[in-house]
Design a protein around this ligand. Sequence first.
Ligand code: GN1
Ligand code: MG
Length: 367
Amino acid sequence: MPPSQKNISLPLVLSKFGYTAEKCQITPLGYGLINNTYLVQLDNKRVVLQCLNQNVFNQPQQVTDNADLISEHLKAKYLAQEYALQPIWQHQSTVHKNHVEISGEYWRCLHYIENCRTLEAIQNTAQAHDVANSFAQFTAALADFDCHRLADIIPDFHNLSARLLQLENAVNESSSKLIAQAQSTINYIAEQHFFCQEISILIKQLPLRVTHNDTKINNLLFHNKTNKPIAVIDLDTCMSGYLMHDFGDMVRSCCSSISEDSAELSDMSINFDILAALTNAYVAGFNGSLSEIERKSLLFGVKLMPLMLGIRFLTDFLNGDKYFKTSYATHNLVRAKNQLHMYKLLCQQDSLLTEIVLPTPVLNAIA
Ligand code: GN1
Ligand code: MG
């Protein structure tokens, strides 16, 4: 049985959610970089148990409260047949809370949908269509939810200027050894000031809405038989944000030929067929409800998200790997270089990128 972060007995945690679990089987679940997640096989059903990382989520109650609000809204839409995916929900504890606190650890128990799996990489354009349609449906179903009701779980989560400031602070406080290892990467980011300025101007014009903020392909559940997406999962960072972030993060996780952990940068290429399928299905998923500025912003999101994640990985490397889980000393630096390489390849193919995400007729129609 895997240990929790402080070796707390998982059957004890389960008992606080009302499950007696002397003989249950517990296995780690997923590849998240932040929380510890387990699949628990009980006598007659399975549930997901998750210990929230309080170094990242310093007000974990906000995470579980936001998740309840989102689930309730999606459940109502699902029952009204206005949302085709399945909502996921948190189980209540024996004292009717959406979490359990033991020895300073914060646990929640999530509904497990049977007969499904997650995917780490996209397989073809038909699947890209399904992925984009699902994430669009999720966000469209939340379009009438007042985003101000949600707590700002991680302030400035996708604020590029704030992320650049965090990097600057990390550079000022890091060791000379780490700086030397990262110098060329730090310099490369400093050269992107023109794009960063463009983003600062753009965000002043964008509407806030409820966004998922972690639209990686592995945050979708696919049905084992139909191979179609059936649920959007991981609502940890669901809060107010800009649509281009969700579109960009989805593209980031689907269009690179190598994984975000890979150091084999010469093998990286961008799959523009997948990008085209994602764009068309994403826009179609909103059924004409996207404002012109949001439609236009999608193009910026594609470059923004690998750049921003590259900055975040680099900052964590310089800070001594306090945020993301790592497996070896330069893991975060490798990830940062990977994301920045993706950003660079996208910049090098700017015209093709524009022609796919914002074709001239669309641009003319909204200009
Ligand atoms: C983290 O833990 P996971 O995989 O759900 C991170 C995302 C990153 C992602 C990169 C709260 O998500 O922002 O895009 O890693 N989540 C948080 O794989 O920082
Ligand atoms: Mg996440």
